[in-house]
Design a protein around this ligand. Structure first.
Ligand SMILES: Nc1ncnc2c1ncn2[C@@H]1O[C@H](COP(=O)(O)OP(=O)(O)OP(=O)(O)O)[C@@H](O)[C@H]1O
Length: 584
């Protein structure tokens, strides 16, 4: 009932259409009684009583009823289809909005395949319910009621005899509903897992091939596929137990009718015409019974799917806008971390981080892998919130900023570069869609990307594959860099952005940064000393703590971790590798 109430929240808007649709369905159910009744009249009045003048008018009514039924049924099917499409359009839109509101916490723990299953299979089950199941339930219920009413009107004793098996059918239908419901939840859960395997395999097909793990992946898929088949079969087994019984009971009705009705005709308590009417109405009892099974199936499927869709819609992001936001158009670029600590679950990833940055300064962050560098800048963009301490931008806690304004004022190039399957121009202009081609080209020049883009046959119009397939790692990084440069934000964050770029190009990019982004606050996370040595402040991180900080020369004089890294990258290796740089 809860799922019905939930979907009603969306359908309510179309209640006038729904009312007319159901009214038409009701009318068709009434019309369905007319032809069986007239068939009986033709037998009794035209054939037995020889009132031949009634034949043509009665036949005319039958033709008219048949035609009207078809037209009206078509009309309300269209109404329900429109209602369902509008409903689904609304829900799908809300789901998509919600997916954009949800934060990193949600995406950390949710599989893409599961989200896709909700957006496709579950939405289809909801659509099917609103487009078909609602009116089919109504149509079948009213036909059954009218048929029983007409039967009782014509001949109550025979109608009672026909009703004999009805309680059994009701009981069986209830049992079926009860036992089949968990199987639908299991099926849709397994469908989501199957989706996840397929989605991961498509995204990771290069890794699969590189490790020649096709057989392993096929086997992994087979296991999930077999489980999906098994769960469907489990459900079907329950069906198979009940459906033949429901079907047989429907057949029993015909036998009861012929047997009891025949005896009554012989006794003279029932006319042949009345028997013919009963016979013509038998489908109106058996059909709803047969359909009951399928409709229960569809309703269960709907409930299982609606629960999943609703759950996603009701998932609240942990990172939300504050009720009162600071209203500033542009950030200046002050950044302060005051005793900031952060955990992923139980793992303490950042411990008592404190540092201050002025607008226009560049901060280099260096440290071993997993030391918390990316996490630190994730707190700056409020992808996550700190557990204790304060992250301040322009002297205001990031939690008091309008979330979207804050991020709009930051240009972040993430470590895991993502390019959309769009043109190169479209990808660079992603953060600034109204930028002219000249502006896009200027940003690409600053990111040292213009030269290689111009050499592509279609230049900036080249469509790049999903995630930037078709470009080298360094080219992808430079396009992402151009995207950030074009955004012209107060704070620029580059997370390991030039790791795949050669040293010479990296130097050019650094000079560009220095010359063109003097007034911007810039964070550069890197593994190479060369990437950070010009910074105004270098933070050296280890195990979630800042173990050293200062300028390049100061850190060298400290002869600590930074100095050792420098030695590893330039020192001893210099002699052995003729100055070739090594990435730590
Ligand atoms: N989404 C996440 N959920 C749980 N733990 C995470 C998540 N992201 C990172 N971690 C953990 O947090 C710690 C710090 O990770 P982080 O990515 O900040 O390190 P990093 O210094 O940027 O490393 P790298 O140089 O390899 O990019 C690691 O132990 C990592 O396993």
């Amino acid at each position: 009932m809860h799922s019905i109430r939930w979907v009603w929240g969306y359908i309510r808007k179309y209640r006038v259409g729904l009312f007319f649709g159901l009214a038409m369905a009701l009318f068709v159910s009434v019309l369905n009684m007319v032809n069986p009744y007239i068939s009986g009249m033709i037998i009794d009045k035209v054939i037995y009583d020889n009132q031949t003048e009634l034949l043509w008018p009665l036949l005319g009514i039958m033709v008219g009823v048949t035609f009207s039924k078809t037209v009206i049924r078509y009309s309300y099917q269209l109404i329900f289809e429109r209602i369902s499409q509008s409903t689904i359009f609304k829900i799908r839109g809300k789901l998509y909005d919600r997916l954009h509101q949800l934060d990193f916490h949600f995406y950390d723990r949710t599989k893409t395949g599961d989200i896709m299953a909700r957006m496709t299979g579950d939405m289809e089950a909801v659509r099917h319910f609103t487009a078909w199941v609602i009116y089919m339930i109504f149509e079948n219920a009213t036909i059954l009621l009218f048929a029983l009413g007409l039967m009782f009107y014509i001949h109550p004793p025979l109608a009672l005899a026909m009703l004999a098996v009805t309680p059994i059918i009701g009981f069986l239908a209830f049992r079926l509903t009860y036992s089949v419901r968990p199987t639908f939840s299991a099926i849709r859960g397994q469908f989501a897992r199957l989706n996840s395997v397929v989605q991961e395999n498509i995204s990771g097909n290069r890794v699969v091939k590189a490790f020649a793990k096709e057989d392993y992946e096929i086997e992994k898929f087979s296991v999930e596929n077999a489980a999906f088949k098994e769960k469907n079969l489990n459900s079907a087994r329950i069906w198979e137990r009940y459906l033949p019984v429901l079907d047989s009971l429907a057949g029993v009705l015909t036998i009861i009718m012929i047997l009891v009705g025949g005896i009554m005709v012989i006794n003279g308590s029932l006319t042949v015409g009345q028997l013919v009417t009963f016979n013509s109405l038998i489908w109106a009892l058996t059909n709803p019974m047969r359909m009951a099974g399928w409709l229960i199936n569809d309703v269960q499927r709907f409930i299982a799917s609606a629960e999943q869709v609703e759950e996603l819609l009701n998932t609240e992001p942990e990172i939300v806008n504050p009720p009162e936001v600071v209203k500033v158009k542009e950030l200046k670029g002050f950044v302060d971390f005051n005793d900031v600590s952060f955990r992923y679950g139980d793992e303490l990833v950042l411990k008592d981080i404190s540092f201050n940055v002025l607008p226009g300064q560049t901060v280099g962050i260096i440290g071993p892998t997993g030391s918390g560098k990316s996490t630190l800048i994730n707190l700056l963009s409020r992808f996550y919130d700190s557990d204790s301490g304060e992250v301040r931008v322009d002297k205001t806690n990031v939690k008091d900023w309008n979330l979207y304004k804050l991020r709009e004022n930051m240009a972040t190039v993430m470590q895991d570069i993502f390019l959309f399957s769009d043109t190169i121009e479209g990808n660079i202009a992603y953060g600034n869609p109204h930028a002219t081609l000249e502006a896009v080209q200027e940003a690409a020049k600053r990111a040292e990307a213009h030269e290689f883009i111009s050499k592509l046959p279609e230049g900036y119009d080249t469509i790049i594959g999903e995630r930037g397939v078709g470009l080298s790692g360094g080219q992808r990084q430079r396009i992402a860099l151009a995207r950030a440069f074009l955004k012209d934000s107060s704070i620029i964050i580059l997370d390991d952005t030039t790791s795949s770029v050669d040293m010479e190009t990296e130097l050019k990019i650094q000079n560009t940064l220095k010359a063109n982004f003097k007034d911007k606050t810039c964070f550069i996370i890197a593994h190479r000393i060369s990437s950070v040595k010009e910074a105004d402040l270098i933070l050296v991180m280890q195990d979630g703590m800042i173990i050293e900080h200062g300028k390049h020369d100061e850190l060298i004089n400290k002869k600590g971790y930074y100095y050792n890294v420098l030695q590893n990258q330039y020192g001893n290796f210099d002699e052995q590798h003729q100055g070739k740089e090594v990435i730590i």
